[in-house]
Design a protein around this ligand. Structure first.
Ligand SMILES: NC(=O)c1ccc[n+]([C@@H]2O[C@H](COP(=O)([O-])OP(=O)(O)OC[C@H]3O[C@@H](n4cnc5c(N)ncnc54)[C@H](OP(=O)(O)O)[C@@H]3O)[C@@H](O)[C@H]2O)c1
Length: 245
């Protein structure tokens, strides 16, 4: 168990990649708090699943578009479990649209959730994190290469996350806290379901010809969160089955 006695908070942990991360961190022995916004039932189910295996988990309702809710969630996780060792920023949305059609409302919401909330959660987490702390941001392999139109706001937001990650390595290094990003490729979730016409097209561009699973992203995050990744800092790991190779 790589993460025994560690306390983690995952934003957007009720479904998809975030849920895969929550499960992996718990499997590795971490106590895991996670946020959700609409999926109360899924959140409860994950908490019960972890508790049934003698783990510790807490679901916190916190809308990432509200900075106070994000800060409160970080503080609640740290207060409930007595500290915070690992922060994973996974909550995210994808609002597609060609540049002529994409509304400013959608643009702003994308940046509130995918970018500002990441910054705010890190600021709040640092009040609790000691040397050895780990911050992991979920970006996207679209920052490397993306073959489809209509993703400008989303890709911009993930590029911002990559920039925040590399620049904060300089701020946090002296505190012996690492910060890294994981850039998933197509992963079967509600945001990017497998089995659609789009998925069939995407898979043709992938060496494996198949989508990733949330737990495959969770494994990378669990590694980065562990002591084994102590010299990895300020970088991005692409987990996309070679799609952007
Ligand atoms: N799937 C992919 O192919 C793929 C590829 C690259 C990167 N990513 C990134 O991976 C992350 C997770 O994506 P996913 O595919 O798992 O998405 P998803 O299936 O749509 O799940 C999104 C998760 O984020 C939460 N969330 C959404 N908006 C939120 C808000 N305002 N406040 C708090 N939580 C919120 C959701 O909570 P509720 O369940 O409560 O709604 C849910 O737990 C995102 O950052 C995404 O950009 C995904």
């Amino acid at each position: 168990m790589k993460l025994k006695n560690k306390i983690a908070l995952v934003t957007g942990g009720s479904r998809g990649i975030g849920a895969g991360i929550v499960r992996k961190l718990a499997e590795e022995g971490a106590t895991v708090a996670f946020t959700y916004v609409g999926s109360e039932k899924f959140a409860e189910d994950i908490v019960n699943e972890i508790k049934a295996k003698d783990g510790r988990a807490l679901a916190i309702l916190a809308d990432s578009s509200d900075p106070k809710a994000v800060t409160d969630a970080v503080n609640q996780a740290a207060k409930t479990f007595g500290g915070l060792d690992i922060l994973v920023n996974s909550a995210g949305i994808s609002k597609g649209g060609m540049i002529d059609d994409l509304s400013l409302e959608d643009f702003d919401l994308t940046f509130k959730i995918n970018v500002r909330a990441v910054f705010v959660a890190i600021q709040a987490a640092l009040k609790h994190m000691k040397a050895g702390g780990r911050i992991i941001n979920i970006g996207s392999n679209t920052v490397k290469f993306f073959s489809f139109p209509g993703a400008s706001a989303y890709v911009m937001s993930k590029a911002a996350v990559a920039g925040l990650t590399s620049s904060l390595a300089r701020d946090l290094g002296p505190r012996e806290i690492t910060i890294n990003a994981v850039h998933p490729g197509p992963t079967a979730t509600d945001m990017n379901p497998d089995g659609t016409e789009f998925a069939t097209t995407v898979k043709q561009l992938m060496p494996f010809k198949k989508y990733g699973k949330p737990e495959e992203i969770g494994s990378v995050v669990a590694f980065l969160a562990s002591g084994e990744a102590s010299f990895i800092n300020g970088t991005s790991i692409v987990a996309d089955g070679g799609q952007t190779a």
